[in-house]
Design a binder for this molecule. Structure first.
Ligand code: NAD
Length: 502
């Protein structure tokens, strides 16, 4: 396949992606129009037939080839990721690891989850065989954000492709190079695959909206809540189903029997990793009064050691998007104005394009730093009387993506009461890195799931097939009705349903 970039006409509108810290140009990308998208959907429909004909084994083989190719070429991606978003190499690597795990898992488990299987026909149809299978949808659109551009691209591609679909990937305009690399790498590993099976489009919101309106068979969107609403509304025009992976304001509960040292270390990493630009980053902590002082001391010690810079192995790099720095400034100002205290850093920590770690304590719950996604290396720590208060406050935002709890004996009990798509006990964020577990949110954090059996089924449609095995005396699917039909079924209903069942 020829790289799509080669086909971009010179008079086409385009945009440039630059490194947020150095200003270095990373590349120029076309702004794709609704006509371009329509052409790629049409190509995708043809290519998908080829992909479906490969069957589970053929698709697994090709995804495996792709995984191998990516692992061998990982340095290219570390370089693109760093140049495009300013991320330290370990952050790009972390995303790649999660993405490769997704590809591997989805390819390995697709047949088990989606393959045709027999189910019980039930009493009324006992002379039939019943089978269920999960068929590809056709062409799937995947729209991704800039903050985890490697992971979200490969995650979307993994489940959609393993489900037998063609895919059109629309990366964020801020991380277009990563998205283009992700899509084109499939052909590097599978040069004979037909054009249109894995396509990419670049551009701004209008290009994404064109994909939503293009008649694709499903739209998997990862991004902010306001854009998620626009995506759902555009998809509604064609009744295109949507999967929405939106923002979060993840909370952690520190119970009175927590390992405070381990909790402090995890909280600092969970809130500062990727400069806090993580949908599942720890943004709020509710610590029980009894262990508050010790916990705060340990958090301070840990947070003050975080290195910030442009070194390949810095703990955190620059903020990727200037607008985000203004959101952080607004949240920190609002919290301090409302009476919060800065345990670590403060407004002086905001030195664009960098934001150094900021830990805020005793932040009023109505503050923007508690209620809205901050998306920076900022964590709010509030003190609560007991675990009930911690849970109530943790559950009191519009979001419900991830959550965590630290407790030696009450972890599972507290986890079961946290209103979120995933909860980690005695660590943070771990559910994201396990492809066997469903990943997604509740509330305004979205609906639908990537990962796991649910993630594979998300990009398929259930198909029911029945086959008559033998003729029964009492058949309901025929006219004229038998004269005893009503009486026989009457008795069956009484015998079978008018009593307790196990
Ligand atoms: P965003 O919503 O601004 O943009 C996401 C994508 O949508 C981009 O590709 C953008 O070009 C596209 N887009 C913009 N307008 C559109 C429209 N009208 N129709 C269709 N597409 C449109 O989000 P962002 O700033 O790139 O990413 C950060 C957000 O993503 C945060 O809220 C973060 O929490 C969230 N996020 C969620 C997850 C998750 O799994 N739940 C993962 C990563 C990021």
């Amino acid at each position: 396949m020829t790289a799509q970039l080669d086909k971009v006409a010179s008079d086409r509108e385009s945009f440039e992606v630059r490194n947020p810290a150095t200003g270095e140009s990373v590349g120029t990308f076309p702004v794709h129009t609704a006509e371009d998208v329509a052409a790629l959907v049409a190509k995708g429909r043809d290519a998908q037939k080829w992909w479906a004909a490969q069957g589970f084994a053929g698709r697994k083989k090709r995804i495996q080839q792709w995984v191998r190719w990516l692992a061998r070429d990982c340095d290219t991606l570390y370089d693109i990721g760093f140049r495009e978003t300013g991320k330290p190499r370990p952050d790009v690597q972390f995303e790649l690891l999660a993405g490769l795990e997704d590809l591997r898992w989805a390819a390995t488990h697709a047949k088990r989850v989606l393959g045709e299987r027999k189910v019980a026909p039930g009493l009324a149809m006992m002379n039939f065989e019943a089978r269920v299978s999960y068929e590809p949808l056709g062409v799937v659109g995947i729209i991704t954000p800039w903050n985890a551009p490697v992971y979200t691209a490969f995650c979307g591609l993994a489940y959609a492709l393993a489900g037998g679909n063609a895919v059109i990937l629309k990366p964020s305009e801020i991380s277009a190079a990563t998205g283009v690399y992700a899509a084109e790498s499939f052909y590097k590993a599978n040069p004979d695959a037909p054009e249109g099976l894995v396509s990419w489009i670049t551009g701004f919101g209008e290009t994404g909206a064109a994909l939503c309106r293009s008649g694709v068979d499903k739209l998997g969107f990862t991004g902010s809540v306001p854009t998620g609403r626009r995506v759902m509304s555009a998809c509604a025009e064609n009744l295109t189903p949507v999967l929405l992976e939106l923002g979060g304001k993840d909370a952690t509960v520190i119970a009175e029997d927590a390992d405070v040292e381990a909790a402090a270390q995890s909280i600092v990493w969970g809130s500062m990793w990727n400069s806090g630009q993580a949908c599942v980053g720890v943004e709020r902590v509710y610590v029980v009064q009894k262990v508050r002082d010790e916990f705060l001391r340990k958090v301070k010690e840990n947070a003050e050691q975080v290195t910030v810079g442009l070194e390949p192995l810095s703990d955190i790099g620059p903020m990727t998007v200037p607008n985000q720095i203004e959101i952080i400034r607004r949240h920190v100002t609002d919290a301090l104005d409302k009476g919060a205290t800065a345990l670590v850093g403060g407004l002086d920590s905001i030195k664009p394009p960098y934001v150094h770690p900021i830990v805020l304590v005793d932040v009023p719950e109505e503050s923007s730093a508690v209620q809205e996604e901050t998306f920076g290396p900022v964590v709010v720590i509030n003190t609560v009387a007991d675990e009930d208060e911690a849970i109530n406050r943790a559950n009191a935002t519009e979001f419900g993506l991830g959550s965590s709890v630290f407790s030696k004996s009450r972890g599972a009990a507290i986890a079961s009461r946290l209103h979120a798509g995933g909860t980690t006990i005695n660590s943070v964020l771990t559910f994201v890195g396990m492809p066997s577990l469903p990943f997604g949110g509740v509330g305004n954090s979205g609906f639908g799931r990537f990962h796991g059996d649910d993630g594979l089924r998300e990009f398929t449609q259930a198909k029911a097939t029945t086959r008559k095995r033998f003729k029964m005396g009492q058949e309901m699917q025929r006219f004229p009705r038998g004269k005893d039909d009503f009486d026989v079924v009457y008795k069956v209903i009484k015998m079978r349903y008018a009593r307790k069942f196990r």
